[in-house]
Design a protein around this ligand. Structure first.
Ligand SMILES: [Zn+2]
Length: 864
């Protein structure tokens, strides 16, 4: 149709021509709930900046029926799908003018596949199928719902009018101004208040049958909506939403600019949640709770609500100029999600969760060859989804944490300056650095650039010298595969907090190697570098330094976040080859008094992973017994039932420990799980949510077809999404190939929401991964059909790989994906293949050493 390009190349990105720029959208969407289509009319107030005969506007899967600019009707309406635009041509050249109207009529389909644009999501009330219709416009999907100038920097105000069936609730970013009943067709037309100036991706509208609970803070009405018939409660979410909003208003020092903030839970949602200004949408499982919901889920919910509310300022009020800076938006909100949850629930130790989840997640991925700098060029909309990955979110949040750790309260002051200065505008990363530098007197750009502009991070060798209190620090790029340093590797600017018996100090390592002298340090004193773990690097501890910390690990005097990161650093450095596995195992053994959930979580996961790499059966059994011995005291102490007055994290710990020790084969725990499973079969209420995953996982992992069948039946009976997830995870753990194929097959069917499918794949047991891989090959078409261009497919594919394989096996996988490319999961597949090669190399090198360690420790159980 058109062979020339319609977008223009500006600063290495493809954007709309700048001859016509919008300021206000008067948008009317008329929903037809029978055919699931919609009609639209819009008047866009635009400024014509250069004379033009052609207006290029984003438009995808929308049919434009008429277009007028001022009083001139378009003589030609064309589309160019690869660029996702419509091209409107006018006979006369429009002249430069400050304000005229671009008027369009159009229609489109409310899709039910992509969870993008304006889409519908099915739910069931009294056995009847019902639909909720809602928008998801980030990153570039507003163009699927109405023709628009769909770039974050093209901010405008929106006056939305929405025509929907009378009996349904309609919501948008702002409050309603008026409602008119249209008696002829049982519809109503609602006009919403004008929005603030904002980017198109933040507009939102929803129509469906909802109920809500309500509260307020600072004169802002806060509501938490859920679908009719949904039995789980929105009360907890409402409580968090009100508290977090109030904390943010105070912290940012800037009022929330809308009169209301709605939070809505919907069944199908491609992301966890979306920060639409004043109308935040969530996946039900990340919003609603029942008494069956575990504390971990509640913690996740609070963090997600905090994340989305932080965006109301950082992202919505001040917006990145272009998608290449998405990391800053997401990194900031991710950090603030934990920050605010910690303020509301200090007893939850959210920073430990942050360290376990975001920090470890970032450090693990960012040590691979197949990582990327968090600041990456994004040329076109097709490349945007690529940057919505764990690196952007997790490393981004660690970079923010590192700045906050160094700046303290000047961080908040700098933010306030930045948000005030750029309100309702767009910014670059440098604008934030400028505000933070101004308020702190520290050159933030020099400090942070190596972390944002390069991939990876340093490992710092922390060595003692002949002189007590003097240490030699050397940095190099950390590579998980242990490969050699490159001349192009950057030198990072590392801010290191040091804690010793005699006090705290700070050190900047901005050279390859430097000497640190700690005042008042005496021979034999303990020393902990990267105290508080806000630095985004790993530390390779001199054995002499580590030895001084062991008593503080045993006595739990070393703070929990430092205890966690010590084992995390040691484990990764061990994988890279710079620490031997017996040193790592000796360190782990010193954690036998540990009480924290996230620390045990990390220990359990790492030990399970190491076990999965051992093939010799006798060796494997001996290793399992050592793990059982290590976990036995804590398993006994926790038991299976809540202890009155226990810490909330003990509830999580109980589930994790009993699951791990049970899966490792502890007979006592297996028998207890079986006993409790019988009671559960009679009545699911007999098994509390907080121990459910452990009991069901252990029973299925050591069971057969019948145990899995019980869970299938339960799955169909429950309407709780968190219960459904728990059942899928447990069912996947079956040791019977036919049962594994059954759950995988089920995961692709209509009864499992596409956002949950991956669980069935990820949680299959390692020895059965070949079964999963064969299933994937056989069912690849079905997979591609269920997951067109979504991120979920990457996780599913990851769930089908063995952690360790010979080179021929890896080549077979590579070949398969050359023949069956999955563009949305390309990077994930490359990362997985790289991990398999690293694991294989690691296993081959550690197996003999670990074997000796196992022999030595099998006869000596003194540590437990
Ligand atoms: Zn976000």
């Amino acid at each position: 149709m058109c062979d020339h390009k319609h977008l223009i190349d500006k600063n290495d990105r493809l954007v709309l021509p700048d001859n016509v720029v919008p300021s206000v959208y008067d948008l009317h969407i008329m929903v037809d709930y029978k055919s699931f289509t919609f009609k639209g009319e819009e008047d866009i107030t635009v400024e014509v900046k250069k004379p033009t005969k052609v207006v290029v506007i984003h438009c995808l899967e929308i049919v434009i029926h008429s277009a007028k600019l001022g009083d001139q009707t378009a003589c030609k309406i064309e589309y160019h799908a690869p660029e996702e635009v419509a091209i409107l041509t006018f006979e006369q050249e429009a002249q430069v003018c400050e304000s005229t109207k671009l008027s369009l009529t159009f229609d489109g389909i409310i899709n039910d596949q992509n969870l993008q644009g304006f889409y519908r999501s099915k739910y069931v009330v009294d056995g009847q199928d019902r639909y909720v219709c809602l928008s998801q416009f980030e990153a570039t999907h507003a163009r699927r719902a109405f023709p628009c100038f769909d770039e974050p920097a093209l901010k405008a105000k929106f006056n939305l009018t929405f025509t929907v069936p009378t009996h349904l609730t309609a919501l948008s970013n702002t409050e309603e101004v008026s409602i008119k009943e249209n008696t002829n067709d049982n519809t109503k037309t609602i006009l919403f208040q004008t929005t603030p100036i904002m980017s198109t991706y933040l507009l939102a509208y929803i129509v469906g049958e909802f109920t809500y609970v309500e509260g307020s803070t600072n004169n802002i009405r806060v509501r938490a909506y859920k679908l009719l018939g949904q039995l789980e409660s929105a009360e907890f979410a409402l409580d968090v939403a009100i508290k977090a909003l109030s904390i943010f208003i105070d912290y940012f020092g800037i009022p929330f600019p809308l009169t209301k903030c709605d939070h809505v839970a919907v069944p199908d949602f491609s992301y966890g949640a979306m920060e639409n200004w004043g109308l935040i949408t969530y996946r039900e499982s990340l919003f609603l709770v029942s008494e069956k919901v575990s504390l971990l889920i509640k913690q996740k919910i609070a963090i997600v609500i905090g994340h989305e509310l932080a965006h109301q300022w950082f992202g919505n009020l001040v917006t990145m100029e272009w998608w290449s800076q998405l990391w800053l938006n997401e990194g900031f909100a991710t950090f603030m999600g934990s920050f605010v949850t910690d303020k509301i629930y200090p007893e939850w130790d959210c920073w430990l969760e942050f360290s376990d989840h975001y920090r470890a997640g970032a450090l693990n991925l960012d040590a691979l060859e197949n990582t990327h700098p968090i600041e990456v060029p994004v040329r076109s909309s097709a490349e945007i989804n690529e940057v919505f990955d764990a690196i952007s979110y997790n490393k981004g949040s660690c970079v923010i944490q590192m700045i906050e750790g160094r700046l303290g309260d000047n961080f908040r002051k700098g933010l306030n300056h930045y948000l005030n200065k750029h309100s309702y505008k767009n910014t670059n990363t440098e604008d934030l650095w400028e505000s933070l530098s101004l308020l702190s007197g520290i050159d933030i750009k020099t400090f942070i650039d190596p972390f944002t502009k390069y991939s990876g991070y340093p490992v710092i060798d922390f060595k003692t010298t002949q002189t007590p209190g003097t240490f030699q620090l050397t940095q190099k790029k950390f590579r998980l595969d242990g490969s050699a340093q490159q001349p192009t590797d950057p030198i990072w600017n590392n801010y290191i907090k040091i804690e010793t018996a005699s006090g705290s100090s700070e050190f900047i390592l901005d050279k390859k190697s430097d000497t640190l002298t700690v005042p008042n340090f005496k021979q034999g004193d303990w020393i902990k570098p990267n105290f508080g773990q806000t630095g985004y690097y790993r530390i390779n501890y001199d054995p002499a330094v580590l030895a001084t910390l062991i008593p503080r690990i045993k006595s739990l005097e070393l703070p929990s976040v430092d205890r966690l990161n010590l084992i995390s650093d040691m484990y990764s450095i061990c994988k890279s080859g710079d620490v031997t596995i017996d040193s790592y195992m000796d360190l782990i053994v010193s954690y036998s008094n540990e009480t924290e959930y996230f620390i045990w979580n990390s220990i359990c996961d790492n030990l399970s992973f190491i076990a999965s790499l051992i093939q010799d059966q006798t060796y494997y059994t001996k290793f399992c017994q050592i793990v059982i011995n290590l976990l036995k005291p804590i398993s006994k102490k926790l038991g299976f039932d809540p202890i009155k007055g226990e810490r909330s994290s003990d509830t999580l710990l109980r589930d994790k420990i009993q699951m791990t020790i049970g899966e490792f084969g502890d007979q006592e725990v297996i028998q207890e799980c079986k006993k409790r499973f019988e009671l559960f079969k009679n009545d699911p209420a007999n098994l509390p949510a907080d121990i459910r995953l452990a009991v069901l996982s252990v029973v299925v992992a050591h069971g057969g077809i019948n145990e899995q069948q019980v869970l299938f039946d339960m799955y169909h009976k429950t309407i709780s999404s968190s219960e459904k997830s728990c059942f899928i995870i447990a069912m996947a753990k079956s040791p019977k190939p036919e049962a594994i194929c059954k759950i995988l097959d089920f995961s692709l069917g209509p009864d499992v929401r596409s956002q949950d499918t991956y669980m069935a794949w990820i949680f299959t047991q390692t020895p059965f991964k070949p079964v999963v891989w064969q299933f994937l090959i056989k069912n690849f078409k079905a997979l591609e059909t269920k997951f067109p261009e979504t991120r979920s497919i990457g996780r599913i594919i990851s769930g089908s790989f063995q952690p360790k394989m010979d080179e021929a096996g890896v080549v077979e996988i590579e070949k398969f994906f050359i023949e069956h490319p999955v563009p949305s999961a390309e990077r994930v597949i490359k990362q997985d293949i790289e991990k398999i090669r690293i694991n294989t190399k690691w296993a081959n090198s550690f197996i003999p050493t670990l074997g000796k360690w196992v022999e030595k420790n099998s006869s000596n159980n003194s540590y437990c």
